[in-house]
Write a protein that binds this ligand. Structure first.
Ligand code: ATP
Ligand code: SF4
Ligand code: MG
Length: 326
């Protein structure tokens, strides 16, 4: 069953410094229980998409086209009280700054209890155990500043999952954590969602780091979803030139004797809808049509947004695909 349905969504920010077109016709569906990772460079629109799902876009953001449905209802059509109800019962959010999202003046146990339908000391301890925290009695009595970043993130995950939402949005959930802890937290997120049949939408820069924990990878560029597919397929046979570029740029994926390449140029800062393919200025495969005609999905399953999809395998020899360890 489709839980989240983003249809050609266009969102722009109007600020005193100008207009920024953050989403430029983004399309994506997430089914119940799916673990989806949205990857892309800074500015590709990941957080705007995540905030739109939760109905938490700031006042400076405007939907200019398209729609976003959760459980079949447009979040843009809901009254504020209905939106709050949807967030409370069906959606969860985990942010990068876990400690900052907790109330610094109140003990962890009390904060978590507030989110439980049947609060109580035993229930709080059980939820803290479920997110694999040690010494849960002590954690429950602690204030946020007494926890490490990794512990605070586990508490934030326990709170976000307290009511077993249908969909959990996690925006760069491990960006502030040490490398050793990152994988533990991603594994916890994925396992916890799988156990509850909660769908997960992780927004991240880290394409290869997240791949082992998701069932689908979604690549964003210039406010659009440019490719989507099972992680093994996207990593081993990337079809969009941007995805290929991202994989070439991953340290450890360079060929023996070769050099690590980053994608030349910078991501676009759009001030309106892109006339053609937003990747064209950086794309080594561009043809005349790319600058002036917007690419549309080449097939429903992969939704690769490239005029040359299907042609490029013949002209590109890919580096060895990154290893995905589970
Ligand atoms: N509150 C805002 N006001 C004005 N412009 C914004 C705002 N939030 C985002 N933008 C702009 O919208 C575009 C998309 O930003 P967004 O934060 O959604 O991307 P992102 O993929 O999450 O980036 P990052 O990886 O850096 O978090 C960028 O050009 C950004 O500058
Ligand atoms: S549409 Fe053209 S510019 Fe865009 S990715 Fe494909 S080949 Fe490159
Ligand atoms: Mg972001």
């Amino acid at each position: 069953m489709t839980l989240l349905d983003v249809r050609d969504l266009a969102v722009r920010y109007d600020t005193p410094h100008g207009v920024s077109q953050a989403l430029d016709g983004a399309s994506l569906t997430v089914a119940a229980g799916e673990l989806v990772a949205v990857v892309g460079e800074s500015g590709s629109g990941k957080s705007t998409l995540g905030m739109a799902v939760l109905g938490l876009l700031p006042a400076s953001a405007q939907r200019v086209a398209g729609d976003l449905l959760v459980d079949g209802s447009s979040v843009f059509g809901l009254a504020p009280a209905e939106l709050r109800g949807l967030r409370r019962t069906r959606l969860g959010l985990v942010l990068q700054d876990a400690a900052g999202s907790l109330d610094p003046t109140r003990r962890i146990g009390r904060q978590l209890a507030e989110h439980l339908d049947r609060p109580g000391h035993a229930a709080v301890l059980s939820r803290l155990e479920q997110v694999r925290l040690p010494d849960v009695e002590r954690v429950a009595r602690s204030y946020p500043h007494q926890l490490s970043g990794g512990m605070a993130q586990r508490v934030a995950i326990a709170i976000a999952l307290a009511r077993s939402p249908g969909l959990l949005v996690a925006d760069e959930p491990t960006a502030a954590l040490d490398t050793e802890i990152k994988h533990d937290v991603l594994r916890l997120l994925a396992d916890s969602c799988r156990e509850r049949r909660t769908a997960l939408l992780v927004l991240t820069h880290d394409l290869t780091g997240i791949a082992a924990y998701c069932t689908r990878l979604v690549v964003m560029y210039g406010g659009r979803v440019v490719e989507t597919g099972p992680p093994e397929e996207v990593l081993e046979r990337p079809r969009h030139p941007y995805t290929r570029g991202l994989l070439h740029a991953v340290p450890g994926q360079e060929t023996v004797g070769g050099t690590l390449r980053s994608i030349a140029g910078s991501p676009p800062v759009l001030t309106g809808p892109s006339a053609g393919c937003a990747f064209a200025p950086r794309c080594e495969f561009r043809i005349d049509r790319c600058g002036g005609v917007r690419p549309e999905p080449s097939d429903d399953a992969a939704r690769v947004l490239c005029h040359r999809d299907g042609e490029l395998d013949a002209v590109v020899t890919l580096h060895e695909a990154p290893e995905v360890s589970r």
